[in-house]
Design a protein around this ligand. Structure first.
Ligand code: ADP
Ligand code: MG
Length: 768
């Protein structure tokens, strides 16, 4: 949902709430005022009823008084006619007398024990009625008999006479009677003439009865359902049974409902209301629901001048109030709905006006988030939003320039990385990196070519490049690297994928993370096969040259014994006999030839490379004997001495012989005038054997010292310039060193250092 919608919805929601509250409040107040109005109406009706009843009572009282007079006169007339003893009076006589004196009936009351009963009457239904239970009536009869004057407040009293109020007849409860009672002490009975009416209408002029008043009041006020005049003394008393009450023989005065009906019955609440109204003298109103109908009941106490105070109960239909409320609710709701719709439309428009800059900012932020920095934000307002927009524009500019820089840097990085990768890939040396467990992380093309493994076969795996007998040594190197040592390249052997060995020069370094912890190793292997082959070729060509050069010496060497042999053989032919002494000499000459030739062959023939522990002294002696004749020729003398008896070294005999021949020949060639060549053996330290060859030759000039030993550097007409170089290689192959010191015209000293032989154990060490 957009912010605009949210905002206008929120505002509409608030308004809705306010309107709702307003409706509730006004409904509540309307209801309250309606109720007040209804209460007022009920009170008014009650007052009207009370007044009308009062008036009707007053009129009735007047009629009553007239009837009372009438009865008094009738009673006196009857007294004159009647025998003082009741025994002499008959009911028929009474009926006749009634007509004479103008009353409905005449009854006679006598005392029997503590009761007063109707002994004679023109109305047979009354005969024998006891009056003991008639309350104040009985009291009045007793006073009449005993004191001849009645003092109770009801009815009207005169001397010897008392007339009771209108009352329902005890013998015919549905009619109203008015009785007169006369007793003059000359007789033993009370004369009771009475006038019977079905209603007060029948009595003289028309007096509206309370019932009529109630009916009329109800008719005028449509919402009044029922009016009851309640006698608070007897309401809900013994005469009220269950849900209602009965019009039994109860005296008018004692009736719980004096006038009107009582059909909307809520006895419990009504009783409380009646009690409260009677006690406080104030109105009591309460709401109730009877038979599903909502009602308002009002109890208004009335103090009457003519009779005992009573309570008027008015029942009003609540539907009337509800109807008004409903009407009001409908109109409220329709007005509210209209207002709400109007408000929503207006506020939506209004919100749009406020939200537009926020939308613009949001759009901009979205663009920035997607990396689009162009189109600056245009918000002209000077408020917080305008400020925010300006800040966002600045931020975006900065972000844009940073992003450009970053892109450039990334691009540079990428190209450098690519370049490095291609260098690594294209380089002729095989490169592979391994983790600390020996798993291969990366290899280049040269690696694939050299070892025969393709990158996808090896990455993430351990492959077996190292021959079994070298594993310890390799581990030792890795340990040293872990300790932080820098190691030079080593020449060694590795195993290709197809299992064949390959001669390589390997340099390994540790790769460390920024904390300095070793994380991987990078190894660069160079294929040495070709170079080693070249070395071998050089050695061989040098050897061949040497052999060629030696050949002349050899020819010369063997010519002398051959000449001797020939001389002796010619002498034997000439003498025709064999001299054993001559034979001995001949055999020794042949032996010498054999020795020279076999030495020469050893040198000339390519030999399998076999490292053995050999005595350097023996090797030197062999070489010297090979060179001795040539030395003699040039007047050169070899002098060999040794400072040590342990002159064994671990070596390849033929190669070492070649080194000595090269060095001694150079020395000899440097001394065309002859001289002494000294050969000395010594121990520079317990693990090495040193050999110096010192001549007294022409020496090497200072400026040539650097070039000496380079391939094909020679000062000689028939020189090859390979001798020193080959010698150096061989010495390196024996893990030894070769140093030359020289002084022009004084001589040259060549010092060889070779590792002294260790006690022999099985296989020879690797040639590295
Ligand atoms: P070549 O003997 O075939 O010339 P070498 O490699 O054996 O090749 O020697 C190279 C050069 O070094 C020689 O030509 C020579 O000039 C110089 N040289 C070597 N040994 C000696 C020596 N003992 N005294 C003087 N010069 C020497
Ligand atoms: Mg030489």
């Amino acid at each position: 949902m957009s912010m605009k919608k949210k905002l206008s919805l929120t505002m509409a929601g608030s308004l809705c709430l306010i309107l709702l509250l307003n409706i509730i409040l006004s409904l509540y107040t309307t209801q309250a005022s309606l109720r007040r109005e209804s209460e007022r109406k009920m009170l008014l009706a009650a007052r009207q009823v009370a007044a009308s009843i009062e008036q009707s009572q007053e009129s009735a009282g007047m009629v009553e008084r007239q009837i009372g007079e009438l009865l008094h006169v009738a009673a006196k007339l009857a007294a004159k006619e009647l025998d003082p003893d009741i025994q002499n009076i008959t009911n028929e006589q009474l009926a006749k007398l009634s007509k004479q004196v103008g009353v409905t009936h005449i009854a006679l009351l006598v005392r029997t024990g503590d009761d007063i009963i109707i002994a004679k009457s023109s109305e047979p239904a009354e005969l024998g009625l006891s009056t003991k239970d008639w309350g104040y009536w009985y009291k009045a009869f007793k006073q009449l008999f005993e004191e001849e004057r009645v003092t109770i407040p009801y009815g009207a009293a005169a001397d010897h006479f008392w007339t009771g109020p209108f009352e329902y007849s005890n013998s015919k409860p549905n009619v109203i009677d008015k009785w007169g009672y006369y007793y003059d002490a000359k007789r033993n009975y009370i004369i009771d003439p009475y006038i019977r009416t079905d209603s007060l209408h029948q009595i003289g002029t028309h007096i509206p009865s309370p019932e009529e008043v109630l009916d009329k009041t109800k008719k005028i006020n449509g919402e009044i359902l029922e009016i009851s005049c309640i006698n608070p003394q007897t309401f809900a008393g013994v005469r009220m049974s269950g849900q209602g009450y009965v019009h039994d023989k109860t005296k008018l005065h004692n009736r719980p409902i004096r006038y009107g009906t009582y059909t909307y019955i809520d006895l419990e609440n009504d009783k409380q209301a009646v009690e409260k109204a009677a006690q406080t003298g104030a109105n009591v109103v309460y709401e109730t629901r009877i038979d599903g109908k909502k009602l308002l009941k009002s109890f208004i106490p009335v103090n009457s001048a003519s009779q005992a105070s009573y309570i008027i109960s008015i029942v009003m239909d609540y539907a009337q109030i509800s109807k008004v409320l409903q009407k009001q609710l409908v109109s409220y709701i329709s007005i509210s709905a209209f207002l709400l719709i109007l408000f929503v439309i207006v506020s939506y428009k209004q919100a749009g006006y406020f939200i537009r800059p926020i939308d613009a900012i949001l759009g901009k932020v979205k663009n920035v988030a997607q990396g689009r920095f162009d189109t600056p934000l245009v918000i002209n307002s000077k408020d917080e939003l305008g400020l925010l927009a300006a800040k966002i524009n600045t931020m975006t500019d900065n972000l844009s320039s940073y992003t450009d820089q970053l892109k450039q840097a990334v691009e540079e990085n990428r190209s450098v990385k690519e370049h490095l990768e291609s260098v690594i890939q294209q380089t002729a040396d095989a490169i592979h990196t391994t983790d600390l467990e020996g798993n291969i992380l990366q290899v280049n093309q040269a690696f694939e070519k050299l070892y025969g493994w393709s990158s996808h076969e090896v990455i993430g795996k351990r492959i077996n490049l190292i021959p079994g007998h070298l594993e310890g040594e390799v581990q030792a190197r890795l340990d040293a690297l872990m300790q932080g040592e820098q190691l030079p390249a080593v020449e060694t052997v590795r195993i290709k994928k197809d299992g064949t060995p390959v001669e390589v020069s390997i340099s390994t370094s540790a790769v460390r993370d920024p904390e300095g912890k070793v994380v991987s190793f990078i190894s660069i292997s160079r294929d040495m096969t070709e170079r080693n082959r070249m070395d071998e070729l050089l050695r061989r060509s040098e050897k061949l040259t040497t052999v060629g050069q030696l050949a002349a010496g050899v020819a010369h060497e063997i010519r002398n014994p051959l000449t001797t042999l020939r001389g002796f053989l010619q002498l034997q032919e000439y003498n025709n006999r064999v001299d054993p002494k001559h034979n001995q000499i001949m055999l020794s000459e042949l032996e010498r030839i054999n020795l020279i030739v076999s030495e020469f062959l050893i040198l000339a023939k390519p030999q399998a490379v076999h490292f053995r522990n050999k005595n350097v002294r023996d090797i030197l002696e062999d070489v010297l004997s090979l060179l001795s004749s040539q030395a003699n020729l040039h007047g050169i003398e070899f002098v060999m001495s040794s400072q040590t008896d342990e002159t064994d070294v671990h070596c390849e005999e033929n190669q070492l012989k070649q080194v000595f021949i090269n060095l001694l020949k150079n020395a000899m060639e440097a001394m065309p005038e002859g001289g002494v060549i000294r050969i000395e053996l010594f121990r520079p330290d317990p693990n090495h054997l040193g050999i110096t060859i010192t001549d007294e030759g022409v020496g090497i000039p200072e400026h040539q010292m650097e070039k000496v030993g380079e391939p094909f550097f020679t000062n000689k007409e028939n020189g090859t310039g390979l001798g020193l170089m080959v010698s150096q290689r061989i010495v390196e192959g024996h893990k030894g060193s070769l140093q030359i010191e020289s002084a022009v015209n004084k001589g040259t000293q060549v010092t060889l250092t070779l590792p002294a032989a260790q006690p022999e154990h099985g296989e020879g060490p690797e040639r590295e």
